[in-house]
Design a protein around this ligand. Sequence first.
Ligand code: COI
Length: 359
Amino acid sequence: STSSACSGTASLRSSLDCDSVSDVDWNNIGFKARETDQMFVMKCNANGEWHRGQLEPYGVLKLSPSAGVLNYGQGLFEGLKTYRTEDGRLLLFRPEENANRMILGAQRMCMPAPSVHMFVDAVKQTVIANKRWVPPVGKGSLYLRPLLIGSGPVLGLSQSPEYTFLVYAAPVGNYFKEGPDPIHLKVEDMYSRAVHGGTGGVKTICNYAPVLKAQLAAKKEGFTDVLYLDAVERKYIEEVSSCNIFIVKGNVISTPEARGCILPGVTRKSVMDIAQGLGYKVEERKVHINEVIDADEAFCTGTAVVLAPVGSITYKDTRVSFPKQKVEQHERVASNLYKLLTNLQMGKVPDTRGWTMEV
Ligand code: COI
């Protein structure tokens, strides 16, 4: 059925195809957990053999209290989005990148991983089963959350004898409470996010609860989130709790190199490519905190975050505001990259790179 939320959208085709649920305030979805219709579940036995996966009603999981994920944190997650296009298609963005990242993460966490084909197929099935939860054009996206967890029982510290791959979905809008407005970051001076040889470069669940303490403290002081420094010298920026960071100086866009301590974001990689295509010099390297203070602009990228302009960064007692020079909104690098990226993701421009995948 067509919902009232869809009235007024551009084409006749989109209004006919827009079958979103009607009892959601699509203008205020934010980024929060919501029960949707179905989730995809697939299990792998101790021999590394995956059973045929299936869709099940979204609901609580039955898990042994001895499950590896509950006791020792053997788990990975992914995040990707589907947008509804004006002409009624549903587009995924580079899902193979997420599948490959899960394969690499699984190697680090000693888990079997679904193949790229299995991963993408599961994601597509989950989108189709929850199609009515894909927000109307311009209102957000359907966020897909693949999980890979050690679901079999362990007591001694060891690999789990069984694994579960699961994909669920939730409709989402803006990640930060600031919406599309600039976010305000505090450089964390006590806690570290990652160390060399650790797991900062993979999307294990273990990287995310430890950032809550610093994040909560920063939020209490009025900041949006925390920007981490390297754990050794405490001079080089790494990433924000939930996203990657870039700085702009003249024609050069720089981001910390992903060598084990940085999560190699799909949006990060895509934005680097788009920026290069626009003629910017894009550098992946160590970025000193003093360069951040000196930058013209800064922005964050992530699947959930998309591309968020940074309005200020506070390091010790110094607060630097961006953009440095007074530039019109449409002239800002972050605004332009945001538009190019989201136009592609939403199918508003031809996809010459083959990044989008129709469900
Ligand atoms: C994403 O951006 O998709 C993530 O997985 C980050 C998460 C903390 C929301």
